[in-house]
Design a binder for this molecule. Structure first.
Ligand code: PMV
Length: 340
């Protein structure tokens, strides 16, 4: 199935600016995600593979006594995450409101964020919150927005966090499942299905990372060293197609090997960190078929491919022994993924 999402800057607004008379309670969900192949490269139009995970953010809206928006963030979070992202979160919220053409100057609302996804770098926490908020607002005002519209709104919200996001995070967060994603005109999204979902482990360095800075760093180095970067980018593109074939064959060993190679490329473009490299090594030594950083890098999270509950548990143990927080889930499950 190929779904073209038409990521054009749509002119239309979803509702006209007006004072709302009828209020309901609104609730919305956004899935967390993990990028299996080609974070960063995806920004330049190279295909990437992403999976939603079985953890999600829930946004709940209720009327408030005062005007404006009162955002209550009750998500569990990596220390410093909420403080560090506060300004970006406000910017993001404003973009969502503008895109939806909502006006709270006469009647305010409270948005409460919660759910099972902890707020950390690299697992789509920002996108999940944008999607959850857009869905909750749609429900609260009875707008009946489609997933495509929610995805577009969340993409706007992501700009508050990322500057120039590729759109991969909000796409996984909105649609769920395992997805082949390519930023193009229009954006290409293809679902990847697996007969047998595969266990993964996500490990948190505990360090909050700034994706905007990581993306800007890659851009700068690429401009300074175009030939070196061209070679790396070409290999990243090859890896995407090889991984797609390996998924079609359900060749998990091959997928693991390609993830390892993908991590090497991410090291070469200097978005890994010593914690990420250490965790990747721990996971591989414990038997993971493959391991790499996931998301923006420079901290944040890593992912290990660990088919079978036993191997998954062994990798968890080895990471947790060193004090790292882990999350267990599976890829290849429709929608959000399994909740564990
Ligand atoms: O750091 P995260 O989880 O938000 O992932 C960002 C992924 C990048 O490829 C680095 C940026 C993007 O917009 O695609």
């Amino acid at each position: 199935m190929v779904i073209t999402l038409g990521r054009k800057e749509h002119e239309h607004q979803y509702i006209s600016k007006k004072r709302f008379v009828m209020h309901m309670n609104g609730e919305g969900i956004g899935f967390g995600k993990t990028i299996l192949f080609n974070e960063h490269f995806v920004v330049y139009g190279i295909p990437a593979i992403v999976s939603a995970i079985g953890k999600y953010t829930i946004a709940k809206i209720k009327p408030a006594e005062t005007n404006g928006i009162d955002l209550v963030d009750n998500r569990d979070a990596t220390p410093r995450y909420k403080q560090d992202k506060k300004e970006q979160q406000q910017d993001s919220l404003q973009r969502i409101i503008t895109k939806m053409n909502l006006d709270f100057s006469n009647k305010g609302i409270q948005i409460e964020l919660g759910g099972s996804l902890y707020a950390a770098s690299g697992i789509g926490a920002s996108a999940a919150s944008c999607v959850a908020i857009a869905r909750a607002l749609s429900e609260y005002y009875g707008l009946g927005l489609t997933d495509e519209q929610i995805n577009e709104i969340a993409f706007e919200g992501e700009k508050g966090y990322h500057g120039t996001p590729s759109g991969i995070d909000n796409t996984a967060s909105t649609f769920g499942g395992l997805i082949w994603f390519q930023k193009d005109q229009p954006t290409i999204m293809e679902r990847i299905s697996l007969n047998n979902p595969v266990e993964i482990v996500i490990g948190n360095t505990g360090k909050v990372a700034d994706t905007t800075a990581a993306v800007a760093g890659v851009r700068e180095r690429r401009e300074q060293n175009p030939e070196k970067y061209q070679g790396i980018f070409n290999r990243a593109e090859n890896i995407a197609y090889l991984a797609k074939r390996a998924f079609a064959d359900e060749d998990i060993h091959e997928i693991g090997k390609l993830m390892n190679e993908n991590h090497k490329l991410l090291q070469q473009i200097e978005v890994s960190s010593k914690e990420l490299d250490f965790m990747v090594k721990l996971a591989r030594d414990a038997g993971a078929y493959g391991a790499k950083l996931t998301g923006g890098g420079l901290g944040g999270n890593m992912i290990a491919l660990t088919p079978g509950k036993n191997l998954q548990e062994e990798v968890v143990t080895s990471l947790e022994k060193e004090g790292f927080q882990t999350l267990k889930t599976r890829i290849g499950v429709t929608r959000g993924g399994s909740i564990e």
